[in-house]
Design a protein around this ligand. Structure first.
Ligand code: PEP
Ligand code: MG
Length: 323
């Protein structure tokens, strides 16, 4: 399948009406990195760090993680990599962590909530990332931020680790960018200051959609009831993009929907300029975006919305068919 798209692999993704869309890939293993060249991805928009924790029978050591993260950065050969700190709880349970007896784990003690309450592991991971960068630029993002204070507190921990590294005489990254994953609707309505403080924002569409529609992402029966191209969800995306633009903060989308061509097209029409997806999706998504007119798609979406449709999918599909 990758071969089919080989001719456009190294073509920058610019739509017919001149919008430049950054195409990034999601990864979680060193073994994923060869796909960077193979897919033509411009960097790793989301490196999920859970696997190294899930496949051990105890917390991995700092040195081991630092070597692994350094290896990931080496393999990226100067392309940017965004590391997401540990996102556990809910569907991802560590075998060596006492299982929490929670009635609603997806709404429970997970991700940054664990990181901020049990700081040891997060601090160790942040140290490993700083050591791995060894003077190179570093991009870190925190998962599942529901309100501004969580972002500020997590960033404060990072700053404390940076200070510690400085005192110890370790080389510091030449630049550090600290992002937040927007995965709960609440964060879209955070104070303006949040959008100004964050260095970048990445929309975690898998979780965002689950919480927006109150539909478990693991439960096929309810998950499929709600279309991503539902006008409600697209309006939320539109709002997030507007708030980021207002604050001058870069925003990307890294949920599975970024890898679905029609969804990706609509996200781009709503103003998103950076998409991160599984490597195999980059070819098909870019193929559609290269010949897309985002202004026209935007009008199709707005017309469908004005006409009172619940989802814009039929209108967009019809537009694509007759174009
Ligand atoms: C998301 O929620 O969209 C996301 C990218 O994170 P994960 O799928 O790992 O929860
Ligand atoms: Mg998520």
């Amino acid at each position: 399948a990758q071969e089919r798209y080989a001719t456009i692999r190294d073509t920058p993704c610019v739509t017919e009406d001149g919008a430049r869309i950054e195409m990034m890939m999601n990864a979680g293993l060193i073994a994923d990195l060869p796909s960077l060249a193979g897919s033509g991805a411009e960097g790793v928009g989301l490196f999920r760090t859970e696997l190294q924790f899930l496949t051990r029978n105890k917390v991995p050591q700092r040195g081991e993680l630092a070597r692994l993260y350094a290896h990931v950065m080496d393999a990226a050969k100067g392309k940017p990599v965004t590391f997401r700190t540990l996102d556990i709880g809910s569907d991802k349970v560590l075998p060596y962590m006492k299982r929490q007896d929670e009635p609603n784990p997806a709404l429970g003690w997970r991700a940054i909530r664990v990181g901020l309450d049990k700081r040891g592991v997060m601090r160790m991971q942040l140290q490993a990332l700083l050591r791995a960068a060894n003077g190179r630029p570093l991009q870190v993002m925190f998962p599942f931020i529901a309100q501004m204070e969580e972002y500020l507190a997590a960033r404060e921990h990072l700053h404390r680790e940076i200070e510690r590294e400085r005192v110890m005489g370790h080389p510091l990254p030449e630049a550090i960018r600290v992002g937040a994953m927007l995965e709960t609707p609440s964060l879209a309505f955070a104070p303006r200051r949040f959008f100004e403080e964050a260095d970048f924002i990445s929309i975690g569409g898998n979780d965002l959609k689950q919480f927006f529609f109150a539909a478990d992402r693991e439960n096929e029966r309810v998950r499929k009831r709600y279309d991503t191209l539902n006008v409600s969800f697209l309006s939320l995306i539109e709002k997030i993009v507007a708030r980021c633009e207002e604050a001058g903060t870069p925003v990307s989308f890294c949920g599975e929907d970024a890898g679905r061509p029609v969804e990706a097209l609509c996200f781009a029409a709503m103003g998103l300029r950076c998409l991160s997806m599984r490597p195999a999706s980059i070819g098909p998504v870019k193929h559609l975006l290269l010949r897309a007119n985002l202004g026209e798609v935007r009008r199709v979406i707005e017309d469908a919305r004005d006409e009172g449709e619940q989802t814009v999918r039929p209108a967009v599909m019809e537009y694509l068919r007759t174009r």
